[in-house]
Design a protein around this ligand. Sequence first.
Ligand SMILES: CC(C)(COP(=O)(O)OP(=O)(O)OC[C@H]1O[C@@H](n2cnc3c(N)ncnc32)[C@H](O)[C@@H]1OP(=O)(O)O)[C@@H](O)C(=O)NCCC(=O)NCCS
Length: 332
Amino acid sequence: MSEPGSGCKIAGVGVNVPSRVLTNFDLEKMVDTSDEWIVTRTGIRERRIADADETTHGLAIPAAQEALRSAGIEARDLDLIICATATQQRYFPSTACMIGHGLGAGDAPGFDISAACSGFIYGSSIIQQYFRGGMAKNALLVASEIYSRIVNWQDRATCVLFGDAAAAVVFSASDSSEGLIATRIRSNGEYGSFLTGGAITRSGDPVAGALPTMGDGYFIEMKGNQTFKIAVKSMCDVATRILEENGMTVADVDMVIPHQANIRIISAVGKSLGLPEDKVYSNIHRYGNTSAATIPLALYEAVQEGRVKKGDVVLMVAFGGGLTWGASLMRW
Ligand SMILES: CC(C)(COP(=O)(O)OP(=O)(O)OC[C@H]1O[C@@H](n2cnc3c(N)ncnc32)[C@H](O)[C@@H]1OP(=O)(O)O)[C@@H](O)C(=O)NCCC(=O)NCCS
């Protein structure tokens, strides 16, 4: 590590999605639903599902390798590895440690963060502080999710919403105007019950013989309507605040990359902020909600499609279980 700058820019992005596609028509054969219901209520047409032997770190590694190649650096140049995931294989070793090992990153520090669908924004906020503190020159943020493992495939209200994907971003030190301008993260556990899932342990006395088993609380449970309303409000609030705090208005923003949970949430946020439709990116129809991975996956595709260009101001905004929410503002 040498002469880190105080700012950081995105130097490379990579993605890896499972090849298996599950369409709404496939779901029609599994639960009492229809393509028409899913498309109208969510915008989702298909999602990717990981193979049975896939792991969260295994899905992440090719995405991270692509991001490193695109940044033109080696894994051993990394000073920090963060994995945002709510579907880690184990509590320990952390997914980040397994990714670091798979990449050949040597002794780079690695840890996971738990902020559900806001994980990418939370990770970018932590990374910004590492650069500001002079503790990193290159950092890897990977979001990797296999929600198909914690979805109840008998529950039509939730199983149609989620998908699996990994996406990675390499941040590198920069003193130019490119890169992260600001991040703002928030949480409130008061609304935690709106969206829960993935409990690997549960209460009980193992000494007395009540060994924890998979069961209560394992699958995703969601209060859809309440979640919908608070998602729109919190994403609009945090987007407005981060722009105000940085002396900007929506007119200064070239592209908003929102968390891809539901096209109606995305449209409502865009409308409430007064943004034209072409300034709000969405690829939800092809991937569904891949939790922490939606934003870097959307950013990757927006850049590939030429919708985000050098010098553009990009606002990323997310919302997720916790409840957590936040925004990152950057110049591409
Ligand atoms: C889940 C969501 C799409 C449901 O849409 P909605 O318009 O609120 O629908 P409701 O929950 O009111 O359900 C309406 C009806 O559709 C039914 N329904 C639910 N899922 C269905 C499905 N997949 N197919 C067909 N019908 C379904 C319900 O049972 C209900 O039937 P009823 O009126 O007979 O009781 C919507 O609430 C949502 O997107 N919420 C936010 C979810 C989210 O983003 N979570 C992640 C945040 S990170």
